[in-house]
Design a protein around this ligand. Sequence first.
Ligand code: UDP
Length: 334
Amino acid sequence: MGKKSVLVTGGAGYIGSHTVRLLNAEGYQVVVLDSLVYGHRDAVIDPSVELVIGAVGDRDLLTRLFEEHQFVGVIHFAAYAYVGESVNDPLKYYRNNTAEPLTLLEVMSAFECRSFVFSSTCATYGEPERLPLTEDHPQKPVSPYGKSKLMVEWILDDCDVAWDLKSAALRYFNASGCSTDGLIGEDHQPETHLIPLVLQAVKGEIPEITVFGTDYPTDDGTCIRDYIHVEDLASAHLLALKHLIAGGDSVRCNLGTGVGISVKEIIDIATEVTGKQVPVKFGDRRPGDPAHLVADPRLAKEILGWEATRKDARSMIETAWQWMSKPHGGRFPS
Ligand code: UDP
């Protein structure tokens, strides 16, 4: 029997590229569709993976790809993910994250491809009313980014009713870490995430890490987040795809560890892992940051059989440090 083909949009991005490697290792024929606006050509390292450069809203290109391959499913990562930018330029986010996937879904419908794994986010919940966050928590996103993702969840619900599209909307908490073998990793330009910025400060690439707020109602006054290793995220996508292909129902689930870690704790662990002082500046709160976000990850275990294998932030920081300590400094050549 031939390999099963999967289309992965945004497969040259951070979480996408780690998932592509896992799918490839598991014997899937992977076709990556990526605009390379934020993705990296060199993040797609397996020679048997086909990299197609293009947009999710390009109907002719998608039609050609669906004619050439019998995709058993689509994993859709391609999106913009800068929360602050989404506040200043919401239409960019609604265009790219919400409107463009309509074309992809229309082409899937035309080709009767009915399994869709979607990168959603804990940002769809907004300010938590209770913790840990369960999937039935009200979804009241505060940023255009969170809204742009939630709208896709709604669209997927409606497609399920209308043409039996089965979807897994995976609500990520804080994706972090890099591949264990050090071959690929996180390379965002610009970088806004805590762990890579802390490590850039250690390396002297930026003068210091600014802690956004020390007066939160948490034990040490800094924000608490649920950091989930990117390879654990990758394995959740594989399991979600298998669940859908096997005829499973649509699912919306959190991907997190269930463990909350503060900004100060991240800095302490980074000091231990690198053996170097982290230059720190204490600053004001960043608008829109909830004090405390942590997942209840039980549903993903129940439905997908998925559970995070690394629950402390140490291995996230170790693998990120390994990647950033390479001669390329954690930057893909292209
Ligand atoms: N953070 C910080 N300084 C930075 C970047 C982030 O103190 O330069 C904090 C931020 O307030 C949040 C946590 O680190 O509490 C994680 O932020 P990140 O941007 O990595 O992810 P987010 O939780 O916003 O998705």
